[in-house]
Design a protein around this ligand. Sequence first.
Ligand code: NAP
Length: 300
Amino acid sequence: MTTKKDDPKSSPRRNRTDLLTPEFTPHPPVQPLGLDLLHGPPLAEHIVVILGVGPGLGLAIAQVFASRGYTTAILSRSKDRLSKWADELHSTAAAFRTQHGIEVKSGERLSGAFACDAMDNSAITSAIDQVAQFWPDKTIGSACYNASVRKRGPFLEQSLDQIQQGVQGSILAGFTFAQSVLPHLTRVGGNLLVTGATSSTRGREGFAGFAASKSGLRAMCQSIAREFGPQNVHVTHVIVDGLIESETALEFLGMPKGSRFKDGTVLVPAQMAKSWLFLAQQHRSGWTFEMDLRPAREHW
Ligand SMILES: NC(=O)c1ccc[n+]([C@@H]2O[C@H](COP(=O)([O-])OP(=O)(O)OC[C@H]3O[C@@H](n4cnc5c(N)ncnc54)[C@H](OP(=O)(O)O)[C@@H]3O)[C@@H](O)[C@H]2O)c1
């Protein structure tokens, strides 16, 4: 005898047989790796917004999407620096479109710079509104949260203020960013991609506040992913487990100007960014929630 508990229709969360109805049209053709369009709105209408764009990973993420012809909205506090990058991203996306016979309308901007301080939640909401208004004929289809505040030091020397800044820079700003973009992402589906760090899963000595904030951000992403996956939004969290190559890192470690790190010792932004493209291209029949990236020589 089938009890109510065993009946698949009475426990939809445990047994998804209710979704398994037959479909008679064949699957669309499978594209070779790397050539898929992003999940979400079509290329011509798809905006990729990135909060926390500096010369490292943030810019590399914008570049990888622009190199496939996508419109990018780049956000951080340094508007002048962003404007210069937005001009370059526009040219990159326009070149792709021209090469592939995709129209660039007269006067159409394929990248824009927007000032936004992640420490101010209302500034995040307002910047996302500005992005949507700047391209009224397009939709935010992919959103990357890449900003963070990293304060480190011996635990007893860390102040409450430092911890609060870390929590604001990761959890609260990430929360506001996600709440601002999700109404756009749910229109036709899309991607929310969030940058984590070693501290997302490991609280190392000296990183108490950062570990608390990055692990909180990660947990929040899991919750958003479970709620919004069925609404066609792919939420993904990338654990960046290692040092990212940058001028600042070279200077901090006393390396000569103009040098670079040996291959396999640090993460290289342009190489890392290809993973963001791959994640945003994934078909909804097989989504990654979490990816970790580390250089070959990293201890973990
Ligand atoms: N660097 C590393 O070694 C490393 C290692 C592991 C994980 N990560 C993670 O990777 C992400 C960043 O990568 P990255 O270090 O290469 O930096 P990046 O992408 O080059 O730049 C991040 C940018 O975020 C912006 N930002 C910082 N605070 C902000 C705020 N309050 N509001 C708005 N924007 C803000 C800054 O630009 P403005 O000054 O113009 O605002 C900064 O340049 C972070 O999530 C970080 O936790 C980094």
